[in-house]
Design a protein around this ligand. Sequence first.
Ligand code: NAD
Length: 436
Amino acid sequence: MSKQISVIGTGYVGLVTGTGLADFGNRVICVDVDKAKIDMLNNGQIPIYEPGLKELVDKNFREGRLSFTTDIGRAIKETEVVFIGVGTPSKDNGEADLSYVETVVESIAKNLDGYKVIVTKSTVPVGTNRWIKQAIIEEAGKEDFDVVSNPEFLREGRAVHDVFHPDRVVIGYESERAKEIIQDIYKALYIIETPFLFCNLETAELIKYACNAFLATKITFINQIANLCEAVGADVHKVAKGMGMDGRISPKFLHPGPGYGGSCFPKDTKALVDIGNRYNVSMSLVKEVVSSNEKQKARMVQKLEKLFEGELKDKRIGILGLAFKAETDDMRESPSIIVIEELLKRGAKVVAHDPQAMENAKAIFGDSIEYADSEYKAMNNSDAIMILTEWNQYRSLDLEMAKKLMKGNIILDTRNLIELERARELGFICEGVGRK
Ligand code: NAD
């Protein structure tokens, strides 16, 4: 039977999840405090770039299964299942900031008017779901509800695919009644034999952090190997290929680059270290990953300095790619932020291009950098170009055109997209990461 669901927080996760749940046949109300976002959605516009999302939102909105509101009280009252999908960013000390979750929990407690299942999709530290349960009991004075931990694993840029084809669905639960309701909501995934993992609340919470920390570790590992490859004259792509052929390792997440970024890995690795500290269990490996990743971003600027054999002052640097990865407009913790800040500190002039993240970049850099509406405009008259995001359109750069447009001849390709040999034949001084 289809369920009445509200999803609180209509960001990258909330909007995609809410739309997916609507497409499974449920009736979904997506809620956000950001009125501009809700107005856009009610007017058929999508506030984020996520391939395939607009078509899916349009379809479910048109067919009456999906609606958008800022009225959280009404949404909670009208639905039996309430998903929490608000942000859980890092505080300065690395701890997860739960203030958005706390505000939502207060609203839920205020509007609890009958049995409900509260499902936490936001990534939250171990113990948070148990705290949510207690906070609602104390605030509402009622126990007629259940709490479920259902962490999200979607990848930005592939989020629509991931919502319909998740590798697994993790459900942390305590009551059979809640478990059955969640199973019903996800019936469409059951039918295609998606694996479901049922466990207690703490286990579900920890699975999410363990996954992100492990993936961040894998990226950091190959980045360190790439740095070693540069020193010893090995090719990191061949090393990664050789490693990936081992079934125990898998070839995924073995791509070297300028360091991981995004809205999850940086904050979740730091939060895991913090959780370890709280329970007096050393997360020293993850701590090292966090610090090594910061060094990797800074290393990219040092590499550029080396290619110039001198100062970057007054050099014009064309930046290709601002988003933390391809197929998203998300700039949160993108390596490009650190790289550009470091370039500006050294007196360089930056002109940047990204196919999707320009608006978000403007909110970060303002007029401290120039913006180009194509990669070729970004390289026009530049002393060097630096590729920072693996957008497909940068894979087939017209290097002859680049040669004509650029003032200088330096390319730093931090994503290993271009053929270095061919670029060198054309007279470029160029480097990738982990290949000489
Ligand atoms: P986001 O910042 O894109 O979206 C959060 C939304 O919540 C915003 O639109 C904000 O306005 C809204 N909001 C804040 N307070 C609110 C309130 N009181 N009521 C209603 N709406 C409110 O964040 P996101 O990237 O979607 O991440 C959400 C959670 O999902 C985080 O915990 C994150 O770690 C987790 N997660 C994210 C991803 C990802 O790829 N982005 C993947 C898996 C898990």
